[in-house]
Write a new protein. Structure first.
Length: 365
């Protein structure tokens, strides 16, 4: 046998071994990427890993991988950090020609510092369409928006609370819904846990809703023009029959009561015109931090705060707990409060205080 014929089989064996080793390396790399959830075996994740695309009926449609003729995309800022704002979104676009899209937008940030901006923010997220989370969790959930207040350890350096918000948006009012209240609660709590961990202020126990989610009460409407709103004695406005306002009853509980008024002149885009809230659930009361001085609103008021022509804020002890009474009106409703905004706020706050079994918090009307 020649030297050349002896070398050829050896070379082939070496090449074969190299190929086998290459396959093994690729297989190992493939297993590694699957285990860590990266290409090519990953399932799409969004909002710093808080949300995962899924298959099946459970979960919001924007994360459903079985959707046909649709394209999903996500955007996110740098991860949440204590005292810094972070945002993310997931968008589902139709590729079949209808042109619609639906989107979930999320934000992790301290509440607005400006008083006017904060009141508008409160009017959005304490809306009567949203129900409080169960088990005392500091948050409210609706089909189109939700809010969760992170623990005190997550507050900014100047003491403002950090809130996690999610909100639906889209090309039509129908696509603004993010899913059922339970599905939105899952989105909110998962994002809140991720944000707290990223910010280094997560509690030992995860944010978890064990009890069933309560529902906000049914829409109350304006049963009679000039009548009491949201079944709260004293909360009255003298409105003409042609005025386009609807009132809604939200939570009516010992630690949270909400009432919203909508201006429905533009049916497709109603405007939040008023909010009344009584809040004693821990951490939800922190949303009002810095909105008023620590002085008295005036003679006969029990507690601290301020009462003006378009808003009222009072913090008083009620049933052994610090309780915030809050009213925010648009200019038109403020002009039609009966008999005037200060006395409307006083009467409404006293009626809620009476329901809670505590002394009056405002001077009598």
């Amino acid at each position: 046998m020649s030297a050349g014929s002896a070398v050829a089989p050896a070379a082939r064996r070496r090449r074969g071994l190299a190929v086998l080793l290459g396959i093994a390396v690729l297989a190992g790399a493939g297993l590694g990427t699957w285990a860590t959830g990266t290409w090519p075996f990953d399932r799409q994740r969004y909002c710093w890993g808080a949300w995962e695309a899924r298959e099946g009926d459970r979960g919001p449609r924007v994360l459903d991988e079985t959707s046909q003729d649709e394209e999903r995309s996500g955007e996110q800022s740098a991860p949440p950090r204590k005292g810094r704002r972070a945002t993310c979104s997931v968008t589902l676009r139709d590729t079949g020609g209808s042109g619609y899209d639906e989107r979930v937008e999320a934000e992790v940030a301290t509440v607005p510092r400006g008083a006017k901006e904060r009141r508008g923010w409160l009017r959005t997220y304490l809306d009567a369409d949203s129900a409080p989370l169960p088990d005392g969790l500091p948050g409210l959930v609706g089909r189109t928006r939700a809010v969760f207040v992170l623990p005190e350890e997550c507050d900014s350096a100047d003491g403002l609370p950090t809130a996690v918000t999610v909100q639906g948006a889209g090309t039509s009012p129908l696509t603004a819904s993010m899913g059922t209240e339970e599905e939105v609660a899952d989105l909110l709590l998962s994002l809140a846990g991720t944000a707290a961990r990223a910010s280094g202020c997560a509690p030992d126990e995860p944010f978890e809703a064990v009890s069933p989610l309560a529902r906000a009460d049914a829409d109350d409407g304006l049963t009679a023009q000039g009548g009491e709103l949201c079944r709260i004695p004293g909360l009255r406005f003298d409105l003409d029959k042609d005025d386009h306002y609807d009132a809604g009853v939200g939570a009516v509980r010992d630690d949270l009561q909400t009432c919203s008024v909508l201006d429905t002149a533009d049916v497709r885009n109603p405007v939040r015109a008023a909010l009344f809230a009584a809040v004693s659930r821990p951490r939800l009361t922190a949303l009002f931090t810095g909105l008023a001085d620590d002085g008295s609103p005036g003679k006969g008021w029990r507690g601290t705060g301020e009462v003006g022509e378009e808003h009222g804020l009072l913090t008083a002890t009620c049933a052994g707990r610090p309780t915030v009474f809050f009213l925010q009106l648009d200019a038109y409703l403020a002009a039609h409060a009966a008999p005037d905004p200060r006395r409307v706020f006083a009467a409404a706050a006293n009626s809620v205080a009476d329901r809670l079994g505590c002394p009056a918090v405002a001077p009598g009307s």
